[in-house]
Structure formats: C-alpha cells, structure tokens
Design a protein around this ligand. Structure first.
Ligand code: GLY
Ligand code: MN
Ligand code: MN
Length: 446
C-alpha cells in the first residue's frame, strides 16, 4: 500500500498553486540522528519532505519554484557512489531522482552552496519552515547573506519569508482517498497486533514479551516500524501516561494497557486497548472500563462535518464525570464537577488529536480563536481514559492502580465518521471471549 508518484506530483502542484507570485519553497530532508557512538537511529524521512517528494534518502533538499522554465521541482541529493553504496546501500542519484521520483531537475547535494543561492536570487518570497532544523536555518541565512553581499552588483535578495508549514500543514490535515487507504491498512495491521497480544498474554510474562508479539505482527504484515514507542503497561504502570519501559512482569489480576500502532508508508496508526491479563475483568476493572467505553461511544456520536473539534472531548468529559459520580469516586454536582475540572484527577489528557504522517499530526485545532469545524477527510483519534493513581489513598483501595484507555482512529466522512481501527474488539465480553478461545486452543494443542 503506497502513495503513487502521481499523488506526490499533485501535492506539489497544489502547494505551488497557493504560493505567491515569484516565490521559492525550500525543504530539507530529515537529518540522521546518532543513537550512540557510530550507531545511527533508523532513518525516518521528515513528514513534510516526504509528503511532497516521497524521496526516502537523507542529505537532500527539495526546492519548488513555480513557473521556473527549466523545471519547477528541483532536488539536491547524494550522488551515486559505488563505494558508499557498497557500505550503506542504494542511492537514487540525480538520474534516479528524475526517473524514479519525478523531479524536473536534480543536482548533487555537495553543490547546494553553489547552486541554491542562484535559485533564490531574484525571487521575491521564500517559503520555509523556520525553526524546525536549526542547522539548515543557519545555512539558509548564510545563502541569503551571500546574496545580500552581492546586492551592489545587482543581486536581488528576497524581501519576504513565509511560513511554508502553515500552507503544508493545512493540506496534510485533509486526507486523500489514497492516504485513507494507507491509513486503513495501517490500522488493520495494528488491530491484528492488538488481537494477538490479547490472545498470547499470560500472567508471568514480561511486558516486553507482549511488545514482541505486537512488533512481530507489524513487520509480518508489511510495516517496517511502529509509529511511536509502544506502551505495554501492566497493573499500576497503566496509570503512567507515557510508560514505555515495558520491563515489568505481568501479574494475575493486572489489567494490561497497550498503546501501539504501526507506521505504513510514513502514515501512523494509533490504537489503545486495555484487557485483563488473566482473561477476566474484575468487577472494579469492569466498572471503570464500561465508563471509558461509554465515553468513547458518546464521542463518536458528535464527530461529523459541521461539528467542532472540541465536542468529542466535551462528550467524554460528561460521561466520565457522570460515571465517576455514579461510583462515588467523585462527589458533588455533575455540572459543577465538570466546570471545576474535578475529573482531571482521573482523566488528565484530551480525548484525541489529529492523526496522519505524524502520530500527533499537524493541523490547527483552532481557527480564528474558535474550535475548528470538522470536515470530510480529517482523521483523528478518540482516546478517553481513566487513571486512578496507585498511591491515591483518598479513594477506596479496590480502585487504586486501575488505568484504562480505549483509543481508535476515526475519519470524518460525508455524514459522520468511520472507525479505521474497528478490527480489534473493545466490548469487554468480546475481549474475554477472544482471550478464552485462545487459551482453549492453546490448551488443546498442548
Ligand atoms: N500514542 C500516543 C497517543 O495516543 O497520543
Ligand atoms: Mn493517540
Ligand atoms: Mn495512542
């Protein structure tokens, strides 16, 4: 499942159509990051760069110059180099950039200091995402200085800098049919991984052993990497929102909270499920679980074109506050508890975020001071949760250490929303049935 060359070309055209006359857009590829000494992190292209080029290599700069006679799309990239390719792998080179990636003109990255100032010179405006890559900010500043220093010789430095990310991030917020297909495929793989984790979980295992089942499933089905660090949190670890150590032993009676999603062709999925390690929810676990599930369902009902971004969050707050009141975990009047944000002790994060090439994807949540109105093709997560601190001695002991989140990926459709990640159960009885069935067949096989 991949974005086609034609779609990358369409995106560049759409961006260039929004650029002011006589302008140039400049985007650097992501840097290579060192993990330790001479070991590098796996390379992941910068999402904006990927969105416009599909070019997967580091040490590259993409340049868009609407109306340029010798081609509007220029790429600087590494030269072919037999020796380096023997050690580090394939490089497209300038020919490959043109034939495989649809660039109009390509130059060696080592020539960028000589050539790019000449491309900038004479353009009125530069579109660039300032502040995202400090090293590149400095290089760009130096190119501009070099042009300015030749002003007396007739060189014309640009007069205006515009935020490229502003235009690009609004484009990225609306997903095309092809993007939705990739995101659906990513969500299906992740759903399968969550099912496998439920099926293979046994008290006594370590959290990272379930992580292995997840990542095995991701890769087995075509994803090269998780979209973010997987959270596998048993028992009280489920109350640590960004727990990624995944080193604890899973005990009988624990809940296991898994927040994990694969990346496919640079698109993220983001799913959370919480299930009982021994296959059966305790009454307290089930009571909290039912509230979180009801909160999520209430949110889905207010996701549709014309509804605003925050309505789904507000819906989850109401159901969670009401539920906690019902259990005696909050005391007082519903409206007052909501207005005073008393629920934040147990539900301290928001109900979701945009989802796309970045797990916390780009796009404004407010426009002109108001919550953004949802439109067809926007993709978001819906992830309410309740976390009762293991150390909170103001609540009865039986509730302490319960951490539950349920998270799905949702696309806004013409009339409402579709759940991309419905391939993994969340109804508590279906979870118990899936786990019981897996145990039975494992028992029969033994
Ligand atoms: N996995 C990150 C998040 O749920 O926001
Ligand atoms: Mn999320
Ligand atoms: Mn998540």
């Amino acid at each position: 499942m991949q974005i086609t060359k034609q779609e990358y070309a369409r995106r560049r055209k759409a961006l260039m159509a929004q650029m002011e006359p006589n302008s140039i857009a400049i985007l650097p590829a992501a840097q290579v990051y060192i993990r330790n000494r001479d070991v590098e992190h796996n390379y992941r292209q910068d999402s904006d760069f990927q969105y416009l080029t599909g070019f997967p290599e580091p040490e590259a700069v993409a340049v868009l110059i609407p109306g340029r006679e010798h081609g509007e799309y220029v790429l600087f990239c590494r030269e072919k180099d037999k020796e380096r390719e023997l050690w580090d792998g394939y490089r497209a080179g300038q020919e490959g950039a043109i034939s495989e990636y649809g660039t109009d003109d390509a130059f060696p990255i080592n020539d960028v200091d000589d050539i790019l100032p000449g491309l900038i010179e004479g353009r009125e405006r530069v579109y660039y995402a300032m502040g995202a890559n400090q090293e590149f900010d400095l290089r760009l500043t130096n190119w501009i200085k070099a042009i300015r220093s030749k002003a007396r010789l007739g060189a014309q430095p640009p007069n205006e800098f515009l935020a490229l990310d502003h235009l690009l991030h609004d484009m990225r917020l609306y997903k095309s049919a092809a993007e939705l297909k990739v995101m659906q495929a990513a969500a299906e793989i992740s759903a399968q991984a969550h099912r496998r984790a439920m099926q293979t979980c046994r008290p006594g295992q370590y959290e990272y052993q379930l992580e292995a089942e997840l990542h095995y499933t991701f890769m087995r089905h075509g994803s090269r990497s998780p979209a973010y660090s997987s959270i596998v949190a048993a028992g009280r670890n489920g109350c640590i929102l960004h727990y990624t150590e995944n080193t604890a032993q899973i005990r009988d009676g624990d809940l296991v909270l898994i927040d994990a999603g694969c990346e496919l062709d640079c698109y993220a999925s983001d799913i959370t499920r919480t299930f009982p390690a021994n296959g059966r929810f305790s009454p307290e676990q089930r009571a909290i679980y039912d509230i979180v599930l009801a909160a999520q369902e209430a949110a889905f009902k207010v996701i549709a074109p014309g509804r605003h971004w925050n309505e789904s969050h507000e819906a989850t707050v109401r159901v969670i506050t009401q539920g906690l009141l019902g259990l005696g975990l909050l005391k007082g009047e519903l409206e007052e508890l909501m207005a005073g944000e008393s629920y934040k002790r147990f539900y301290m994060h928001r109900a979701g975020h945009w989802l796309g090439m970045d797990v916390h994807d780009v796009g404004d949540y407010r426009v002109g001071g108001e919550w953004r109105v949802l439109e067809q093709g926007m993709v978001m997560t819906v992830e309410p949760g309740i976390y009762i601190s293991p150390d909170d001695d103001s609540v009865a002991k039986k509730w302490r250490g319960i951490g539950i989140r349920i998270e799905d990926d949702v696309v806004v459709t013409r009339t409402g929303c579709d759940i991309l990640s419905s391939g993994v159960p969340k109804d508590p009885e279906l979870i118990e049935a899936l786990m019981a069935e897996a145990r039975e067949s494992a028992g029969a096989a033994a």
